[in-house]
Design a protein around this ligand. Sequence first.
Ligand code: FE
Length: 211
Amino acid sequence: MNTNAFRSLSYGVYVVSSWDHGRAVGCIANSAMQITSSPATVAISINHDNYTNRCIADCGRFALAVLAEDSDPALIGNFGFCSSQTVDKFADTPYSIRGNLPVIHDACAYVVCEVVDTMETETHTVFLGKVTDADVLSSRDPMTYAYYHKVVKGKSPKNAPTYLPEEEPAQPKWVCTVCGYVYDGETPFEELPDDYVCPICKQPKSAFVKK
Ligand code: FE
């Protein structure tokens, strides 16, 4: 089986949000798709290890905010590489309540769903949601997963449905130990600038290791 075939499938990048007993929670998802148009239904795939998974199951509702190509990459570090169990991801993220769910401002569009069915896989829950609210927030281009990898140069956390192990780079590179971002400055080089900050997760130079 050539798993590189999966790289030709298309995905977006989304902030999936829900409530944890009145507290806003969320995570990054790339597997989301419209299943039917009438009634409008959407499916998302969320890892069992994501705290947001059990919050969606308990709350019975979720929102999907579609990130734009120029959405702040730090959103992916905040929502994709931390846990809502220990971090208030909405503390410094502007959002509004839309369709009774928290929806971040820095997005192209949002869709709010009521969970109507679930399917368990070994690692992920597929939530099928009936759309109860949706709107366009801006005319910016939606971020695709390919754009995130090729242009933003972001990586996938290991619990992403589409995670594929990376091949080892031929040349040494500085890699963020928090989010996996690979510094793409001039090579070869010995040191990162002292004031360097990860563009994805905002960690300092000390979070980087040479690989
Ligand atoms: Fe990082």
